[in-house]
Design a protein around this ligand. Structure first.
Ligand SMILES: [Zn+2]
Length: 278
C-alpha cells in the first residue's frame, strides 16, 4: 500500500466503503471518534491531539478575562490586527509554506526557531504537515483528512479524527515520516519512543517548547501593554483554532457552485484557510 494511504491513523468509521466511495459518518460517529481519540487514559498514544486541545482549553480563561476586564477599543484593535495579520501569516509561512512544502530554507537555525515561535504555540507541526501531504495527494477523495464533502464537523474535528499519524507504522515508514519532518527542527522520537507515544515529536520536548513559548509571549506582551494586551492577544489563538471551521464552511458554500477542480483552486487561494484547508 502506498505510504500516503496508511500514514494517517484511519478513523473507526473508515475512509471509504468497499466500492471506494467516501464514507460520510454521522455527527454521533464523529463525536464518538473525537472523544475516543482524546482519551489519554485509554491509550497514551493519544497524547498529541489531547495536548493540542488542552492548549486551546488553557486559553479560554484569557478570553474570559479579556471579555470581563479588558474589553476596550485598543485591545480589540490589537487583537484584530494580531489575529488577522500575524497569526494568518504565521500559519502560511511556517506550517504551510516551510514545514509542509519546503518552499524556502533557513541559513541559520536561529531564524527557523524565530519563525516557528512568531506566535503562541498551539498547533503541533506533525499534525499539520503529514496530513497536508495526504490532503494534496487525495484532495476531495476518500482519505483526504479534511474532505469538505463529508461535512462541517468532519473537517472541524479533523485535527483529532483524521490528521494524526498512524500508531502502527513500521520502522521504514516512520523513517519516511522523519524525512518529511526533519527540516522543521521539531525534536523527534526514536522508533522505540514512537511505539510508546505514537507521535513523531518527543513529548517532553513538546511540553518544554510550549511552556517556554507561552511564557516568552506573555512576558513580551506584558512589557509592551501590561496584562490587558497579554490577555487580548493570547486569547486570539482560541479563534485561530476555530478558523478551521469557518474556512471549512466557506469551502462548502463554494462547493455548491464549483466543480471539484475549481474547489481545489478556491482552497489554495483563500487566505482564511491558512490553518489547514489549503
Ligand atoms: Zn499545500
Amino acid at each position: 500500500m502506498p505510504f500516503l494511504d496508511h500514514v494517517l491513523q484511519q478513523p473507526a468509521y473508515g475512509w471509504q466503503d468497499a466500492g471506494g466511495t467516501l464514507i460520510k459518518p454521522t455527527s454521533g460517529e464523529i463525536l464518538r471518534e473525537f472523544s475516543n481519540r482524546l482519551n489519554i487514559f485509554k491509550d497514551k498514544r493519544n497524547w498529541l491531539p489531547f495536548f493540542s486541545w488542552f492548549k486551546v482549553f488553557c486559553l479560554i480563561p484569557f478570553f474570559m478575562v479579556f471579555l470581563s476586564s479588558y474589553l476596550t477599543w485598543w485591545t480589540v484593535l490589537a487583537a484584530f490586527i494580531y489575529s488577522m495579520i500575524i497569526m494568518g501569516t504565521h500559519g502560511t509561512i511556517w506550517h504551510h509554506r516551510y514545514c509542509t512544502h519546503g518552499a524556502y530554507k533557513f541559513r541559520n537555525p536561529f531564524w527557523r526557531f524565530f519563525t516557528q515561535n512568531l506566535t503562541i504555540n498551539v498547533i503541533p507541526e506533525e499534525i499539520y504537515v503529514i496530513s497536508h501531504h495526504v490532503h494534496h495527494a487525495k484532495s476531495d477523495q476518500p482519505g483526504d483528512p479534511y474532505n469538505a464533502q463529508a461535512g462541517f464537523l468532519y473537517c472541524f474535528l479533523a485535527d483529532v479524527n483524521h490528521q494524526p499519524i498512524a500508531k502502527d507504522l513500521s520502522e521504514a515508514d516512520n523513517n519516511r515520516v522523519k524525512l518529511l519532518m526533519q527540516h522543521t527542527g521539531v525534536t523527534p522520537n526514536t522508533y522505540t519512543q514512537y511505539q510508546k507515544w505514537g507521535s513523531y515529536v518527543n513529548p517532553l520536548s513538546a511540553v518544554k517548547s510550549w511552556l517556554l513559548n507561552w511564557l516568552f509571549w506573555y512576558l513580551a506582551f506584558y512589557l509592551v501593554g501590561g496584562h490587558p494586551l497579554a490577555c487580548s492577544l493570547l486569547e486570539r489563538q482560541v479563534f485561530g483554532r476555530l478558523a478551521y471551521g469557518h474556512s471549512t464552511m466557506k469551502v462548502m458554500q463554494k462547493e455548491k457552485i464549483n466543480s471539484g477542480r475549481e474547489l481545489t483552486f478556491v482552497r489554495m487561494t483563500n487566505p482564511l484557510t491558512s490553518y489547514g484547508l489549503e
